[in-house]
Write a protein that binds this ligand. Structure first.
Ligand code: AVI
Length: 322
């Protein structure tokens, strides 16, 4: 019988977010004001993101699952046998499961995740569903250089899996840099399997980031709730609102937190002024044509060797190699 096994390793070089106040104050001094989108993902923010994925307007998750449903077997054939699968982020692992079900004799599964609790949960759940696949979880920030655990046996290749179009939350330069970092980690014979949202009509995209139930709005404003709690700022939640619009020229959703009145907010020892309608930038979600994505990969020294889309042509998954 196969022995279930998993371990969770702490990357001791993981930087604690010890200077949250400094990061926020710097962002609020910028013009226009801006805060980094990773600030969304505290415990509540991660729950709200999961809820966004279930909104009827948010087609990304459903489309990527439909894509995996249609093509996971073919994807597994392209990756080949004896793969070590390294996943950047380990959120809700539906897509990972669909992939693991089809992979031929995977060597190990290595989820890399900065939040300890979700990492522990998904590691345990995956381990009980796939007792034959050793899980070597890594508690680390995937944007930083990783020290991957030693695999239980020599893999034929390392494949980095980065679903969800999370690459789109990085600005072009940072996205290329992240792909280049992955390129180093996967090695000569490795590959990257990556999901990216496709460009499409503005109305469909904008609806996905402005759901009727208001979940995305709550997700966006939760960033201020988090800051009030963690750095003791006094953002008045009732005088800020969510705004997301599609910048077709730049090919991205741009999300802002907008001040609904002239106001001052205390952030540490500083008073920060907001004018009425002042918009603070908090997230980009880039959309790519297949050509855009091939160009991005090229900047990182990678080539698209395969691409798949869901039956409705909403979302794409690319396989990249050196
Ligand atoms: C995680 N990421 C791919 C989501 C996106 O679509 O950019 C985050 C999100 N922001 C608002 N809604 C969803």
């Amino acid at each position: 019988s196969v022995q279930a096994s998993f371990d969770i390793r702490d990357d001791d070089r993981r930087p604690p977010v010890d200077d949250l106040l400094g990061i926020v104050q710097r962002g609020l001094r910028a013009r226009p004001k801006r805060l980094p989108s990773w600030l969304f993902y505290d415990e509540r923010g991660s729950q709200l993101f999961e809820a966004i994925c279930e909104q009827p307007e948010y087609y990304l998750t459903r489309s990527e699952i439909a894509l995996m449903d249609a093509h996971a077997g073919d994807i597994a054939d392209v990756l080949g046998p004896d793969v070590r699968l390294v996943e950047y982020g380990s959120g809700n692992a539906i897509k990972t499961r669909m992939l693991l079900e089809h992979l031929h004799a995977p060597v190990s599964y290595v989820p890399v995740e900065i939040s300890a609790e979700p990492l522990r949960n998904s590691t345990q759940a995956l381990n009980s569903s796939f007792p034959g696949v050793p899980v070597q979880a890594l508690h680390a920030d995937f944007t930083r250089p990783l020290r991957l655990p030693i695999p239980p046996r020599a893999p034929r290749r390392t494949v980095i899996y980065f679903p969800g179009s999370t690459i789109g939350n990085f600005e072009a330069r940072d996205a290329a840099e992240l792909l280049r970092k992955m390129r180093g980690e996967m090695g000569d014979n490795g590959g990257i399997l990556i999901g990216a949202d496709l460009k499409k009509d503005t109305a469909t995209i904008e609806a996905a980031y402005n759901d009727k139930a208001g979940v995305t709005s709550e997700f966006t404003l939760n960033m201020l709730v988090r800051l009030n709690r963690e750095i003791g700022s006094d953002f008045d939640l009732s005088s800020f609102r969510h705004r997301a619009h599609y910048n077709a020229m730049a090919g991205r959703i741009e999300t802002f937190i907008v001040s609904t009145r002239d106001q001052k907010v205390r952030v540490g020892k500083q008073q920060v002024s907001f004018t009425e309608e002042e918009a603070m930038q908090v997230e980009y979600s880039c959309k790519y044509s297949p050509e855009d994505f091939a160009a991005l990969a090229g900047k990182a020294g990678l080539a698209v060797t395969h691409e798949w889309t869901d039956p409705q042509g909403m979302f794409a998954v690319y396989y990249l190699m050196r």
